[in-house]
Design a protein around this ligand. Sequence first.
Ligand SMILES: [Ca+2]
Length: 462
Amino acid sequence: MWALLIALTLWSPLRTEGAYFSQFSMKEPDHDPCYDMAGRPVRCVPDFINAAFGKPVIASNTCGTSGPSKYCSIREDADGILREHCDTCDGSVRDKAHPASLLTDLNNSQNMTCWMSEPSTDYPHNVTLTLSLGKKFELTYISMQFCHRLPDSMAIYKSTDGGKTWTPFQFYSTECRNIYGREPNVQISKHNEQEALCTDAHALAPLANRIAFATLEGRPSSFEFEKSPVLQDWVTASDIRIVFNRLSPDQAELYGLTNDVGTNFTDLDVIKQRYYYSMGELAVGGRCKCNGHSSRCVLDKMGKYTCDSILTNVNTFPIAAKDQCGKCRVIPKRMNQKKFCRRDYAIAVSVLGREQTNGWIKFRILIEDVFKAKSGSFASRRGEQALWVSYSSLACKCPKVRVGRKYFLQGRDASNDLSRPGISLDNHSIMLEWNEDLIEKIDRFARREHRGQCPMRRKMAP
Ligand SMILES: [Ca+2]
């Protein structure tokens, strides 16, 4: 188990391959690891997850919140030449807004959604991001993928008391001594394992777009982590705060320029458009801290994240015998035009979380795309929604629903059951694991339906 952790500690903070993160999907185990095959409780730890996924981040500053603002960035064009491109940030226009919620949304490397601060020539320019994880986690890394340039000086803090007090976790700066009063690149010994370091390593790879802080890297006791209360304490956090202090050292030059050469304000405005912080993904890898008695964390009735003590009881979760399940119509072998036409909605959703209620599992889902839906129905709006699946369906893995995965979902608008507001799965529903090849098919089906080319209904529909 800790081989994984050790592998992470050896990982360089500047590598950027996305595959690294995809291996830690938010998968759920096939059987409960807190119980052995005979149902006896055994020591267990929760799955390794991205604890930041879907959680709100509070930004002290976001562009376009008090009117549109212009920003520019340098990008490589199709001809391989770097050019400056400018655009507008406007919080009131969906496609032009860059809110902090885009830091923890589903990460798509082809189409990165980014939070962005208001362009500013302030120096230093302090902007804070605060993320509450909802409970204590043991953190292995904090990874930040940037959309624009990497910040020159940045501090990471952690809290273990829900954000009341903060402890330094890590500093990044090309001037550790000047900005943070710390010696750069200090070696950690057994005597100061709980100390935040300052490094300039991020500045050595200016073209990298990710900074990742591995919490145990360089700390000698990480190889016997389970025997080190000091390091167990060090990696424990309930909240994370990132403070950007300076985007680049040449902001000082910028200031000098206005004083000595007398650049006028028009020029300063143009320069300003290049000075902002922009991050596309804030990921926090860790395990929900359950002291060995639970295998995962869930939202309780009060909406608080807790170690799950109900789901880990193997007897409360039905495991169906294969012959009790029958054919699973929810997962069809093929999608076709008829199936598409005969359902009221067609949406793409990602699953954010799950909780257990009486006889049903309630999944928190994010509706990412609506291909068809009746206006006013639960499926008609993008955003968060509840998806209800009965125990017996899940016991038959019909469908198999995993937190962190994306699905294509179709169904009929059932009569409104007030006890289960949202979307309920029934035997008319279709739920398929998402893959990009589906888009073409869905588009084709939707176009044909739009043109009135749905297959005729027989009188005795099956
Ligand atoms: Ca994003």
